[in-house]
Design a protein. Structure first.
Length: 342
């Protein structure tokens, strides 16, 4: 997904939160391998990295014997805008969005492999800032950027592949929800959607909402905790709560009902929505990019810390699996999709 910037894209490819550097400071002038050397210089790696960048491939320890893999692609003007976020924020966002998918399987991230494509006149500082954001964020969660590739392209693009470790636990997929399960949420919803709306209207505040769009705060530790606590299904909320629960409903062959009274609609969201003529609940139900986690747990199970019940799982409607809100099918879009309405 995930961060839609239909308001336009920046045309000054050397600029990302600052002025374009001189010709000597562009990626074309520095060259591919020198640029990679500068990105990786001084980076420290955890013990799980047996061989880091610099060879044809990296080597990671896989003590569980299984490797969880997921890839996210982010494109300038679609998922982010360089005049809305600093290079470091873009890197952090890319890392967190990708690692959230690993968490949603019940695993912990161990390594990131990054493909970066950029116009030739992109300032080197932009790429170095993105690299710092990626490296720092991975390290904060016990992982590391272990390799990747740099190439030329018309648009600044990041492809982040994350590897994860299940640590002996079973994977939690989308297909395990059963009638009678409780639907629970970890993390916040609606903040990034509100921040995107604010930025799209030409504002830069409230900063708390704008920053929620620039750099999400996914509860990465909550995924493995949910797996260990018996979660039957789980998914990263990247495209919208209703849209992503729809994936769970279809994969599991069930209906899912969300209770709006159980959802936390922060007063700040309500205040900003009122000022902008929007509905805060709509942001919570259909907004993406916060990368909260939603899971199902057996009826009567004790939810782990950080998880709150927001709904229930029932037998699928004769017309097919569906997601309802307070018992009724919601009209209109349920979230984001790149090639149409969800």
């Amino acid at each position: 997904m995930d961060g839609r910037t239909a308001a336009g894209r920046t045309t000054d490819r050397g600029r990302a939160g600052g002025d374009q550097g001189s010709a000597a400071d562009t990626v074309q002038a520095v060259g591919e391998f020198a640029l990679i050397g500068r990105i990786t210089a001084g980076v420290k790696y955890p013990e799980s990295v047996q061989l880091g960048p610099g060879d044809d491939a990296a080597i990671l320890a896989a003590p569980d014997g299984r490797v969880v893999v997921s890839t996210d692609v982010l494109v300038d003007g679609v998922h982010f805008r360089t005049d809305w976020a600093s290079p470091e924020q873009i890197g952090r966002r890319a890392a967190l969005a990708a690692m959230a998918d690993i968490s949603a399987m019940g695993a912990v991230p161990t390594g990131l492999v990054v493909g970066l494509s950029a116009p030739a006149d992109t300032a080197v500082d932009v790429v170095l800032g993105i690299g710092k954001g990626l490296h720092d964020t991975a390290a904060e969660h016990g992982a590391a950027v272990v390799g990747g590739d740099v190439t030329r392209s018309p648009a600044l693009t990041l492809s982040v592949t994350v590897l994860g470790d299940l640590r002996g636990e079973r994977p939690v997929t989308r297909s395990g929800a059963r009638s009678g399960d409780v639907v629970a949420l970890a993390g916040r919803l609606g903040w990034a959607a509100a921040g995107l709306t604010v930025l799209s209207r030409g504002f830069r505040s409230p900063v708390s909402l704008v920053n929620a769009y620039r750099v999400p705060e996914p509860p990465l530790a909550a995924g493995p905790t949910a797996a260990a606590s018996g979660a039957t299904s789980m998914i990263d909320v990247s495209d919208g709560l209703l849209a992503d629960l729809g994936h769970v409903a279809r994969a599991s062959g069930v209906d899912i009902d969300v209770r709006t009274i159980a959802l936390d609609v922060n007063p700040r969201l309500t205040e900003v929505a009122s000022a902008l003529g929007r509905d805060a609940l709509d942001w919570v139900l259909t907004g993406g990019d916060d990368h909260a986690l939603v899971a199902t747990f057996p009826h009567g199970a004790t939810l782990p810390p950080g998880w709150q019940p927001i709904g229930s799982v029932t037998v699928a409607d004769p017309s097919g699996p569906r997601v309802t809100v307070d018992g009724a099918v919601r009209e209109g879009a349920t979230g984001w999709t790149h090639f149409g309405s969800a």
